[in-house]
Design a protein around this ligand. Structure first.
Ligand code: FAD
Ligand code: DHB
Length: 390
């Protein structure tokens, strides 16, 4: 088997890269460890930056997004019961975000890939990378018990944080930066109308809570929980009671309680691997970096990586220039570190850290007061939330 670009992982990064390359006549094969249904069952991010929306338009998969996605002009920060609205549109010269689930993005990309007739091999086991430091890389994998080899020009490592690509790089040539937070997010998806029209991020006496949504009839809520918490110990009733104790009173009063259709706990982590290129292997998305979800940046960063990588690959095939590929890691990392900073800062502002002293608690309050009373402070939050330029 042979292709031009072998893509490992059919998450949003891999599928978006595949789509952008297919549209330019570049051949790709995607190898995915899981089934398509499993990939679609993972409930994750929900907020798309305008830059990502433009990329989905460029990929020809934005029709349903424009029909069903919810354009948000602002969101609220709440602190000890007080609320401050960040006017995204007013503070950024007209920029907004779109609420549209990662599952929907993935679904739209899968359908478009199928329509292009491009190959995706699901349930590909034992993926292994070979010779990516030379001119003729290969990827081997096992499908239905048969080991197959895929020869290619380039390998795109879009296989998430626990994937095989980053682990295939020799130890000495990669540097990793990491912070692990002492709590996780317990998330619930429920078919009930959202408590508020816009997202509410709250730091309350009992910890962080977030009110989000997927549609006018589907809500997504999160509460901060200790890392050793078990999802089985959280009945829907307990979850909604806890949520309502953490959000401002008017929001709590508007929460509609209903049976959860998904409930899970995700740990919070900041992580960056440098560089993102090793010979003919390029890492993109969660394979190279993780942000804590507080700034809604994880999915959006995967898209901006793919912007730089797809440009580099298209230049290689169209213009026989490797300038874009040479600069890929540097360009992607410059944007990644700024999103890492914003996500770390939002996390620091809005959560209860068990080790925080009364001094640090006052710092959180002062930070909130500053933003709530400063147009410049609010504008900085808005500029980062809608997404920094590519
Ligand atoms: P992924 O979506 O992880 O896709 C990688 C793909 O590679 C997967 O389909 C995986 O099965 C496949 N794969 C892995 N290993 C192999 C292998 N060896 N061989 C072949 N295929 C392989 N971001 C937010 O902004 N807000 C959120 O609320 C939020 N919640 C999250 C909750 C969880 C539990 C997780 C894990 C992430 C969350 N994120 C959130 C982050 C966001 O979902 C990710 O940043 C985004 O999915 C990154 O896309 P990706 O394509 O890089 O990686
Ligand atoms: C959602 C997740 C986030 O991490 C976030 O910051 C905002 C919204 C969501 O799942 O809707």
């Amino acid at each position: 088997m042979r292709t031009q670009v072998a893509i490992i992982g059919a998450g949003p990064a891999g599928l978006l890269l595949g789509q952008l390359l297919s549209r330019q006549g570049i051949d790709t094969v995607i190898l995915e460890r899981r089934s398509g249904d499993y990939v679609l069952s993972r409930i994750r991010a929900g907020v798309l930056e305008q830059g990502m929306v433009h990329m989905l338009e460029e990929a020809g998969v934005a029709e349903r997004l424009h029909r069903e996605g919810l354009v948000h002009d602002g969101f609220s920060l709440a602190f000890e019961g007080r609320r401050h609205r960040i006017d995204l549109k007013g503070l950024t010269g007209g920029k907004t975000v779109t609420v549209y689930g990662q599952t929907e993005v993935t679904h739209d990309l899968m359908i478009a890939r199928e329509a292009m007739g491009a190959t995706t091999i699901y349930e590909a086991d034992d993926v292994a990378l070979h010779d990516f430091d030379g001119a003729a890389p290969r990827v081997s994998f096992v499908k239905d018990g048969v080991r197959t080899e895929l020869a290619c020009d380039f390998i795109a490592g879009c296989d998430g944080f626990h994937g095989v690509c980053r682990r295939s790089v020799p130890d000495g040539s990669i540097r990793e930066f990491e912070r692990i937070y002492p709590f996780g997010w317990l998330g619930v998806l429920a078919d009930v109308p959202p408590a508020a029209h816009e997202l509410v991020y709250a730091n309350a006496a009992r910890g962080f809570a977030l009110c989000s949504m997927r549609s006018a009839g589907r809500s997504r809520y999160y509460v901060q929980v200790p890392l050793d918490e078990k999802v089985e110990d959280w009945s829907d009733e307990r979850f909604f009671d806890e949520l309502r104790r953490r959000v401002p009173e008017d929001v709590a009063a508007a929460v509609t309680v209903g049976p959860s259709i998904e409930k899970s706990i995700a740990p919070l982590r900041s992580f960056v691997a440098e560089p993102m290129r090793f010979g003919r292997l390029f890492l993109a998305g969660d394979a190279a970096h993780i942000v804590p979800p507080t700034g809604a940046k994880g999915l959006n960063l995967a898209a901006s990586d793919i912007h730089y990588l797809s440009q580099g690959l298209i230049e290689h095939y169209r213009e026989h220039s490797d300038a874009g590929l040479s600069r890929y890691s540097e360009r992607a990392l410059a944007r990644i570190w700024k999103a890492e900073r914003f996500s770390w800062w939002m996390t620091s502002l809005l959560h209860h850290f068990p080790a925080n002293t009364p001094f640090e608690q006052r710092m959180q309050r002062a930070e909130f007061d500053y933003i709530a009373n400063s147009a410049v402070g609010s504008a900085g939050v808005a500029e980062n939330y809608v997404g920094l330029p590519y």
